[in-house]
Design a protein around this ligand. Structure first.
Ligand SMILES: *Cc1c(COP(=O)(O)O)cnc(C)c1O
Length: 230
């Protein structure tokens, strides 16, 4: 058996640091620490490493590829883990992925919603993925499309619990912050539509580079990969 005490210690140190940074950001924003859900993004590590993190007390894990999720979920089926799907989801993978996940962060198009409605056996909490800055390379609804989508919402199995975005890759904190405040404002506009299946109270935003800004701007779910596992 491999002696992985050093690695575990390393993970512990990283987790402690991330938690301290979350706490500090919450304090600055006058929020309670438990208003922020930490999702460990494990797309670059194997099941053994996920188990290390699980033993350190984490239970929410994010994956972005269907085949990898299926494999890891099987390997870790004896542990109480909530899987969050955060990647682009192909329509033909919906049937496989849905039963494994507790939440979909990447509902990024109408055709995916139609497929989920057809395949889901129970209600599935979803975030609408929004391309808030309009970058050509990014998946997601435009803000206008997201509003229109909820306005004509006719799904029973999908619950739009909130919005998700990825901030632009930039060193400029002001640009990142703007993306997050725009997403929060869009969430409020969608709340005003008062659609029963779309309460839209949550915000999935913030990654290793920008989670503190995201928390200051109202993130309820942060998705952290590199800061926890490198
Ligand atoms: C990889 C990924 C993350 C985590 O990114 P880090 O920079 O490693 O924290 C978060 N969200 C999505 C959608 C990702 O694909």
């Amino acid at each position: 058996m491999k002696d992985n005490r050093w690695e575990v210690m390393n993970e512990q140190t990283k987790l402690t640091e991330v938690k301290q940074r979350i706490e500090a950001a919450c304090k600055r924003a006058d929020r309670s620490t438990d208003s922020v859900e930490l999702i460990a993004v494990t797309k670059h590590v194997d099941a053994a490493k996920i188990l290390d993190l699980h033993q350190l007390g984490l239970s929410q894990f994010g994956e972005n590829r269907a085949d990898v999720l299926v494999k890891k979920a099987a390997e870790l089926k004896d542990h109480s883990i909530d899987w969050h799907y955060i990647g682009s989801l192909q329509t033909r993978k919906v049937r496989q992925v849905l039963p494994l996940i507790s939440c979909l962060h990447s509902l990024d198009r109408e055709s995916l919603a139609v497929e989920i409605e057809k395949r889901a056996e129970t209600e599935i909490p979803c975030f609408l993925q929004v391309n808030i800055t309009g970058e050509a390379s990014k998946h997601g609804f435009s803000p206008e499309e997201a509003l229109a989508f909820v306005n004509r919402f006719d799904f029973q199995k999908i619950k739009v619990i909130g919005l998700m975005t990825m901030a632009p890759l930039t060193e400029d904190d002001a640009i990142i912050r703007q993306a997050f405040t725009d997403l929060a404002a869009l969430g409020q506009a969608i709340q005003k539509l008062a659609v029963r299946q779309a309460p839209c109270l949550k915000l999935s935003m913030g990654m290793t580079n920008d989670f503190e800004i995201a928390i200051e701007e109202g993130a309820t779910h942060i998705r952290i990969g590199r800061a926890l596992v490198e």
